[in-house]
Design a protein around this ligand. Sequence first.
Ligand code: AMP
Length: 317
Amino acid sequence: MHHVFHLLLYEGNRKGTGMSLLVVGSVALDSVTTPFGKVEEVLGGSATYFSCSASFFTKVKLVAVVGADFPSRHIRFLKDKNIDIRGLQVRNGKTFRWKGCYEYDLNEAKTVYTHLNVFSNFKPHIPDEYKNEDFVFLANIDPTLQEDVLMQVNKPALVACDSMNFWIENKKRELIRLLKKVDIFILNDAEARELAEEPNLLKGARRILSFGPKMVIIKKGEHGALLFSNHSFFSAPAYPLESIYDPTGAGDTFAGGFMGYLSKVRKITEPNVRKAIIYGSVLASYNVEDFSLNRLRRLTMNDIDRRYKEFKKLTCF
Ligand code: AMP
């Protein structure tokens, strides 16, 4: 019955780079309004949330670009989290800015603006020290940049990626081309429906698997996450939270916990992938309890372990 548990994508330390992972994505200044408050130009970005979340489990090597206006205290914060920022370029110009607003349905972010700024002519440059990473995460940025990164690294063992409606609408062809080279694709339910052009999530997931990834993880916001492969299916609940203040970054924080844990255990079996989904859910559930990365800033490994155990109880019957 448990033949799916033998699915093994990767085991061990192939090239001896040790316990670490590479991420490319956005580092941003976000302005966010939710029914519970608003913040202006705070630290955000897909790679920022991802790195901070993954840093609880593994060493993160970050590739991104910011402008000269990027506050140095944010750089210090990343360094304090022991994130390797040799791949973070600082360019003349302005940092990427995103403004979003949520109404009472916190699952849906309305983008007020996306100012790509220094990202509009960004060429990712992967430092030599980063090229042999076994684990690569392509956080949400232009899919052509995500592909560009894959061209520069030496055959990673596991590539996962994220995207969003902005790119599904503007660069769908490029995204589908990228998916051929990706092992695990993580996206939310609305994006899955839009990309697959299919309202039913099961059929949508099949369709997305047909584009190339070995696994698809569909996040359903406050309703948990689903894992699909051609051999298996897993449904993880969401942590029942009463205090959600700002859902921004939940997806990236989920991905950070997920990939961080896999990079730590270095054995991609179905049971480990399931555990990784729960770690991702734990990190995401904390992140939404405050604006920006404020909750992650004060989070401890003890907090993570405690909520992981509560998750276990939740799903046991
Ligand atoms: P999430 O809520 O996990 O989907 O991600 C929110 C983060 O993604 C915010 O911190 C934004 O700065 C960043 N973001 C928003 N739009 C884009 C985009 N088009 N490309 C890259 N990053 C983006």
